[in-house]
Design a protein around this ligand. Sequence first.
Ligand code: GRF
Length: 200
Amino acid sequence: MKNIGILLSGRGSNFEAIARNVAAGKIPAKIALVISNREQAPGLKRARQMGLKTLFISPKGKEREAYDQEVVTALKVAKVDLVCLAGFMRILSPVFVRAFPGRILNIHPALLPAFPGLDAQKQALDYGVKFTGCTVHIVDEGMDTGPIVLQAVVTVLDDDTEESLSARILKEEHRIYSEAVCLMLEDKVRIEGRRTVLRQ
Ligand code: GRF
């Protein structure tokens, strides 16, 4: 059985979607550890209620590399095979990325490479695109730049607000994140440069 490590900073709805699918036997793995950089993150509280092992690692007064090394050590001790960033509001240093090469996933609420960074749904609305969506990608040393595993398209409606659009994107996030986790755990994702190729 493979081990998943989750990193989150906030609400944790993507974490919960993954946890539900693990509990339902749809994801063949165990959530070995949930880590947050924010003590009050609702997602961390939820993980505790679910009886999962949780860890708050405070970033206060720590250099980025030292912080990341602490997180990496905790993930290694928990024997984590796949790291899932689920609304983790920190950029990972090379120390972290190199400790889990090709084994860190992130979810982004836009069709990358469009609208990287913060407030992707608002960026899409402000730009006036007719379609946006979400992307699960492998984390590399850039921001929202790694090879794409899965994407889902969401239509932007004329009367969409940031909230209504975000809600429809979030539904797709929950669906494709678990799907991508399964593909990774089953070793079905081969990285070829910037692309990923799915093995049958
Ligand atoms: C999601 O929109 C995700 O795409 C982005 O951060 C948000 C996290 O939401 N990376 P949640 O904490 O999973 O509910």
